[in-house]
Design a protein around this ligand. Structure first.
Ligand code: ADP
Length: 378
C-alpha cells in the first residue's frame, strides 16, 4: 500500500513537506497555483484552488487532501466532503483560520484568553471602542490578511475610513475586527499536532520576533519560559486543537503581556513559520508531523534535539543573482548553519529562505544564525 497526500497550494510550506514525504515513502502531490512555484518539484497539477472541479479532479488521485495555505473557499471544501474526500484540517475548523471575527467569537466560547475585541460595521462603533480602550486600538480586516497586511493601529475612526468604504461596496456586507492594543513584552507561538483519532503532540513554546509585521526570527524554546508559562501555552494549544477539532499542525500565535498573561493573537492550521526550527532542532519536524497527523498515523516525538535552535528568515535575498550564488560563502563561514531556500526569486521583503542553527549557548546560536542569514542579503 502506498500512502498518497495531496497538498493544495504550491508555496514553501508544501515544498518543505516533500523531503519528509520522500523519506517516509509517502507519495506527495501538489496542486500549485502557477508553474514554477516553490513546490514545483511535486506539483502534479496546476490550477485554481477556488474552482471546485479542479480541486475534485486533483483529490481523486490521493488519500487525503491538506493545505499549504488557508484560502480554499468553504464551498470548494464542502464539495470535497460531499464526494467523500478526507480533508485535513476539515472545513469546520478551517473557517476559524480563514475569518478572524469567527475565530474571536469561537475562542470566547471556548474560554480562551484574548484581547478585548468587537465587530464594527461603521466609524461610530469603532469610535465607541476607541473611547472605551484608551483612544488607540488595532483594526483588522477579518479575511485575507497576512504578514501584517490588513492590520492597522488607529487613534481615530477616520483612519479606517477606506476599509469601511470597501465594506460598504462588498455585497456580502460584513464587519471589521477591532481589538485592544495589547501591551505585550513579546510574541510567542505554540504549535500542536492533532490526528483525526484525537491524539495530540505538543511542541515547545517558542518566541517569535516580528519586524514590520513579518516574522524575522524564532528562538526555540522560548527563552525565560518558566514551567507555568510553558504549561499555560500548551493548555491553550491543546484546548484550541480539541475545541475546534483541528487535524494536522496548528500554530497559535500568542502575546505575552507585560503583566504576564498569554493572549491568543491568531491561528494557522498548517505548518507555520514559527515551526521551521523543528527541521533541525526537534526529533520530528513540523512537516513530517503534519503528514503523520493528516494520514492519521501515530505522532512523532516533539522534544528538542539541542538546548537552543534559532531560525532566521532570509527576507528579500540579494539584489543581484540568486541565493545559491552565496552558498559557498555561507557554508564556508558557518558550516553548522542549516540553509533552506524556497526556489523563489529574490524580491524586497519576500520570504525566500531561512537558516537554522542549533547549539547550547543561546547568544552564540542566535549570532551565528543571524550572521549566516545575512550572507544572503546585500
Ligand atoms: P497577520 O494575519 O497579517 O499575520 P496579525 O493579526 O498576526 O496579522 O497581526 C500582525 C502583527 O500586528 C502581530 O504580529 C502583532 O505584532 C501586531 N498586532 C496584532 N494584533 C495586535 C493587538 N491586538 N495588539 C497589539 N499588537 C497587535
Amino acid at each position: 500500500m502506498t500512502l498518497r497526500v495531496g497538498v493544495v497550494g504550491g508555496g514553501q510550506l508544501a515544498r518543505m513537506m516533500i523531503a519528509p514525504a520522500v523519506e517516509l515513502g509517502v507519495e506527495i502531490r501538489v496542486l500549485a497555483e502557477d508553474d514554477g512555484m516553490a513546490a514545483a518539484l511535486a506539483a502534479t497539477s496546476v490550477g485554481d484552488y477556488r474552482d471546485a472541479q479542479t480541486v475534485l479532479v486533483f483529490a481523486r488521485e490521493v488519500d487525503v487532501i491538506t493545505f499549504d495555505h488557508e484560502h480554499v473557499p468553504q464551498d470548494v471544501l464542502a464539495a470535497l466532503i460531499d464526494e467523500g474526500v478526507a480533508v485535513h484540517p476539515g472545513p469546520a475548523p478551517l473557517r476559524f483560520a480563514q475569518d478572524k471575527l469567527s475565530m474571536r467569537a469561537r475562542l470566547d466560547e471556548l474560554g480562551m484568553p484574548q484581547p478585548d475585541w468587537a465587530a464594527v460595521t461603521g466609524p461610530e462603533q469603532l469610535q465607541a471602542f476607541l473611547d472605551a480602550h484608551g483612544g488607540r486600538a488595532v483594526v483588522k480586516t477579518p479575511r485575507g490578511g497576512y504578514d501584517g497586511k490588513g492590520v492597522r493601529v488607529v487613534g481615530a475612526a477616520a483612519e479606517a475610513e477606506d476599509w469601511f468604504a470597501a465594506l460598504a461596496e462588498d455585497a456580502r456586507g460584513g464587519a471589521l475586527l477591532v481589538e485592544e492594543l495589547v501591551d505585550f513584552s513579546r510574541e510567542l507561538a505554540q504549535q500542536v499536532a492533532r490526528r483525526p483519532s484525537g491524539e495530540i503532540a505538543v511542541f515547545p513554546v517558542v518566541e517569535t520576533v516580528q519586524r514590520g509585521g513579518v516574522c524575522a526570527e524564532v528562538l526555540a524554546p522560548a527563552p525565560r519560559a518558566g514551567e507555568r508559562l510553558t504549561e499555560v501555552a500548551a493548555q491553550i494549544g491543546v484546548g484550541i486543537a480539541d475545541g475546534l477539532g483541528v487535524t494536522g499542525m496548528l500554530a497559535v500565535e500568542l502575546f505575552e503581556t507585560t503583566d504576564e498573561r498569554l493572549l491568543v493573537n491568531e491561528l494557522a492550521m498548517r505548518p507555520h513559520n514559527s515551526g521551521h526550527w523543528t527541521q533541525d532542532g526537534a526529533v520530528t519536524s513540523q512537516f513530517e508531523q503534519h503528514l503523520r497527523a493528516v494520514l492519521d498515523l501515530p505522532l512523532g516525538e516533539t522534544s528538542p534535539t539541542a538546548d537552543w535552535t534559532v531560525m532566521v528568515n532570509i527576507l528579500g535575498g540579494p539584489s543581484e543573482g540568486g541565493l545559491a550564488d552565496r552558498f559557498a560563502a555561507a557554508m564556508a563561514e558557518y558550516p553548522d548553519a542549516k540553509i533552506h531556500t524556497y526556489g523563489k526569486a529574490p524580491r524586497p521583503g519576500r520570504k525566500v529562505g531561512h537558516v537554522n542553527v542549533a547549539g547550547d549557548d543561546l547568544d552564540d546560536v542566535a549570532y551565528r544564525a543571524r550572521a549566516a542569514a545575512s550572507v544572503f542579503l546585500d
